[in-house]
Design a protein around this ligand. Structure first.
Ligand code: ZN
Length: 131
């Protein structure tokens, strides 16, 4: 099981559709937030807890973000500081019918949380960086 710790580098995406994903260093982790800013500060946690608005991550670039805005650096190559939008795919799943959809960053410019055809809000699963 992979663990996110303070001082880890992660892929961070700021304003949807405006900023390219960047590498940032984690300076604080709060979990159990449930969409509020009242969470539990921890030094490390499973990446399983870093999703949706359950976690708030503070970064060394003076930003904070929700769990769904960061993802682990999985590539074994040296991370480049900027990943082009067309190389980023975010996978979402419908909790009702388990339909899965991938969206590129440009999609978020005009839309918020993806919705399934069955009217459920989809749940963010992970981000893939395409080679
Ligand atoms: Zn559905």
């Amino acid at each position: 099981m992979s663990i996110l710790k303070i001082n880890d580098q992660v892929i961070w995406r700021g304003g949807w559709g405006e900023d390219a994903p960047k590498i940032a260093k984690v300076t604080a982790i709060e979990i159990n937030c449930n969409g509020s800013k009242e969470g539990d500060e921890v030094a490390e946690t499973s990446w399983d807890n870093i999703k949706d608005r359950d976690a708030i991550i503070s970064l060394d670039n003076d930003h904070w973000c929700w769990g769904f805005q960061i993802s682990p650096i999985t590539s074994t190559e040296e991370p480049s500081s900027i990943v082009p939008d067309d190389k980023v795919q975010m996978l979402w799943e419908c909790p009702e019918c388990k339909q899965q959809e991938s969206y590129g960053p440009e999609w978020y410019q005009d839309n918020g949380t993806p919705m399934c055809e069955c009217d459920e809000d989809m749940v963010y699963i992970h981000t893939k960086i395409l080679k």
